[in-house]
Design a protein around this ligand. Sequence first.
Ligand SMILES: Cc1ncc(COP(=O)(O)O)c(C=O)c1O
Length: 383
Amino acid sequence: MFAHKFERRLLSQRKAGLFRDPPLLDGRNGKHVYVDGAKVLNLSSNDYLGLGSSQKVNEIVAQNFLKFGSSASSSRLVSANHKVIHQAESAFAEYFGYDECVFFPSGYQANLAVVSTFFDQEDRVFFDKHIHASSVTGLKAGQCQFSGFKHNNLAHLEKRLEKSGRDTTAVLTESLFSMDGDILDVAEFKRLKARHGFLSVIDEAHAFGALGPGGQGIGKDAADIAPGTLGKAMGLFGAFVLMPKGLKSYLFNFASPLIYSTSLPAAHAASALEILKIVEESEDRRERLQKNSRYLRDRLAEAGFQVAGDAHILAVEIGEETKTYRISRRLLERGMFVFSARYPTVPQGRAILRLSMTAMHDEKDIRFFVEQLKEICEHEFLQ
Ligand SMILES: Cc1ncc(COP(=O)(O)O)c(C=O)c1O
């Protein structure tokens, strides 16, 4: 019975052009990945600064695992509350300018914990309709009353706030959106916060490490709580949540995803601590990242593509799902790895090629990619 149901769902997924079958990789080296023995330029990696591909970071991580062991072997609340994790959390809180910090095994888990733990039946939460799936799952799990506002439309948010009139209101958004690549108007968001007095959660997963002085992100002025991930610009995996005083203890007492899951290993926290120093000193990488991103955006616009994105995440709008998927497959055949983001990752009928730039790319890579994309679209898809 279940087998039949699963088959039916997969078939309709296929028919709608939404089937997921990511290419199998043989390996990865800097800005390249290997697919079926072929070397392919990766335009879909969130290793924005190139740290995850650097020998230095890989050695740091290897040495820390030798020193601290491979696993935490229990939850933080059982026998894995290692001092080095607290040290790393304090260093992160201080570096990013918050009172407290808690590490999580992943950003997904962090958002699930934050949203489902801090907000419950008594609270009303407004969320940007394009926030990450992990926060949406957290909203459903926490049973708060929630409603969306139009993506990055703060005038619409204000209308919602004016109607709400409740005391315990919170707003969830992102500083740099993961698919659209656009940036929150932090000054306007701060004004709304001052006027309406809500608690703000600004997910900086794609900004920490990559944007702002020292990679300190861009939302600090307006964020009470800021989840970040170690798996993107920081070149590791795992996540952290930055918060005001007292909330760490609240998570330790009430956050089910933290309490009932094996902790991030101590080796991992020790590595994050060392990587933070490298992030601080990576201004040259951040400049290269910005320069590459601007160059890619300009070349795409010049070639006639509809391109969105204010920083290192760029979205080329294609629309139809099957077509978007097929373009990404053609690109792969020509040696370029590009993610086709389709529903439900993006709204239905609004599929995109989601490009992420890194400090490892150069102008030659970018020109090659844009030329190939143009050729594919013009000759094979008659744009
Ligand atoms: C905005 C945003 N938040 C959270 C996450 C989850 O982070 P992680 O990959 O560490 O689970 C992601 C990404 O994948 C993301 O794009």
